[in-house]
Design a protein around this ligand. Structure first.
Ligand code: EPU
Length: 420
């Protein structure tokens, strides 16, 4: 299957943002820590979530999906602590099962994760955290086996060598049910880390400091069930804001937390789009004529690496020469810059920086999504290009965007799924 997009149509109307992918893929495995029923609302219907629910069901969780993004999950009677390796390898965030199982069952055997491989994505900081908590870790080429080390499992102080979203979340999970206090220093501060901590605290955990660079977890004996609603997806919202900025239009983006969006909307405004913040929505108005800018990606609250490719498309049709520097994943440009070049973009990559000289128009072409955000960027490029763009490998896009076709079509975009 491919997406076929006929470009050049202004985007007009309202769009509603789904629950955050990267919060959902942490919160669902965190339910493994809970003895009781978790009712989780605002869960996006995306393939990563479907895979994760299959993994949990296979481990003995009782999973039911209700309408409007509600997932009811009961992990009281887990029957296997060896998640299906074939499913685990289909996505990245399956690594959170390690931390959750270690905390609750004091052991786990989990295959190394798959997912978008736009860079080398080590998990040494996760492992360092597990070891500091007293785990014995046996790593093979494709598996991680965790068990209780000789001195038992208990809270400890862990200073991360790199600011890592995944390690912060995995160590929070691992520490949740262990005796004593864990302190994570140089923790990542992304909104989905706060969301995970809020979920766990709702279920009875004692986590403080999430959203700052020091997170403290005081272990508790058990967690109970409850109801929790996942936050809106910052990157999905950012993707549609960038699409309107580049294509032109007037769209109300609903179900967002505007504060989470500042790092993105500030740049789009600097580039010439008009942005109006309301309580839980953002209006963006653009004539599609953008100015050059400079962007450097950073961990939150900086400009997100997950918006690098989308802002690059805005730069590709802005007047003048922009500079886009990646500081989280150096090789992320390679997933989409060649594809954008085949659509007429003028991009020179110089180490960590892409120098993007705006062109008058992008032109439709046959391109391929090499990862999730690269795919999203190609959709934006297709929307603002002259002619028809065909995008292959759309399973990457559907891994993280709920109903992108339906949402864009409702805004007047000409986009279809075609068999080819
Ligand atoms: N890193 C290490 N060792 C580790 C962990 C990370 O060296 O043990 C390095 C990475 O190589 C990278 C940096 O630290 O250079 C940050 O990586 P991080 O651990 O924060 O990334 P992640 O947890 O694997 C999550 C998101 C990504 C997003 C990054 C950065 C999930 C499931 N994934 O990945 O999302 O790009 O944080 O914000 O939450 C996406 O949604 O498209 C996506 C790739």
């Amino acid at each position: 299957m491919k997406y076929e997009i006929t470009g050049g149509h202004r985007l007009e109307g309202n769009i509603t943002i789904s629950g955050a992918k990267n919060a959902a893929v942490a919160i669902l495995p965190a339910a493994l820590l809970v003895k009781g029923v978790c009712r989780i609302e605002n869960v996006p219907d995306i393939s990563d979530v479907r895979i994760l629910l299959d993994i949990l069901a296979d481990m003995g969780a009782v999973v039911s999906k209700e309408p409007d993004g509600v997932v009811v999950l009961d992990c009281t009677n887990i029957t296997s602590i060896n998640p299906d390796p074939d499913l685990v390898r289909k996505m990245r965030a399956s690594y959170y099962i390690m931390g959750a199982l270690l905390s609750r069952f004091h052991q786990a055997s989990v295959a190394l994760p798959g997912g978008c491989n736009f860079a080398s994505r080590p998990i040494d900081q996760h492992i360092k955290g597990f070891r500091a908590l007293g785990a014995h870790v046996d790593e093979t080429d494709d598996y991680v086996h965790l068990s209780e080390g000789p001195f038992g499992l208990r809270g400890n102080r862990i200073s991360l060598d790199v600011v890592s979203v995944g390690a912060t979340i995995n160590i929070i999970m691992a520490a949740c049910l262990l005796p004593g206090q864990t302190i994570i220093e140089h923790a990542a501060k992304e909104p989905h880390i706060v969301d995970l901590a809020n979920f766990l605290n709702t279920m009875g955990a004692r986590i403080s400091g999430a959203g700052t660079d020091t997170v403290k977890i005081r272990g508790v004996e058990s967690l109970r069930g409850g109801t929790y609603a996942i936050i809106p997806d910052q990157i999905e919202a950012g993707t549609y804001l960038a699409a309107v900025a580049a294509t032109g239009g007037n769209v109300l983006v609903q179900n967002v937390i505007p504060k989470h969006m500042d790092c993105i909307t500030n740049k789009l405004q600097e580039m010439g789009a008009r942005v109006i913040n309301y309580d839980d929505s953002i209006r963006i108005i653009s004539d599609g004529k953008l100015h050059r800018t400079t962007v450097k990606t950073h961990p939150y609250p900086g400009f997100p690496t997950d918006m690098q490719a989308q802002i690059c498309v805005c730069m590709a049709k802005a007047d003048g020469t922009s500079r886009l520097t990646e500081s989280v994943y150096e090789t992320r440009f390679f997933g989409y810059c060649t594809e954008l070049a085949s659509m007429g973009a003028d991009i020179m990559i110089n180490g960590k920086t892409a120098v993007v000289t705006g062109v008058k128009t992008l032109k439709g072409a046959s391109v391929s999504a090499n990862d999730l955000r690269a795919g999203a960027a190609l959709v934006i490029a297709g929307l603002c290009a002259e002619g028809t763009t065909k995008i292959g490998n759309i399973h990457f896009i559907e891994r993280g965007y709920e109903n992108m076709l339906g949402k864009l079509t409702a805004l007047g975009a000409k986009i279809n799924r075609i068999e080819e």
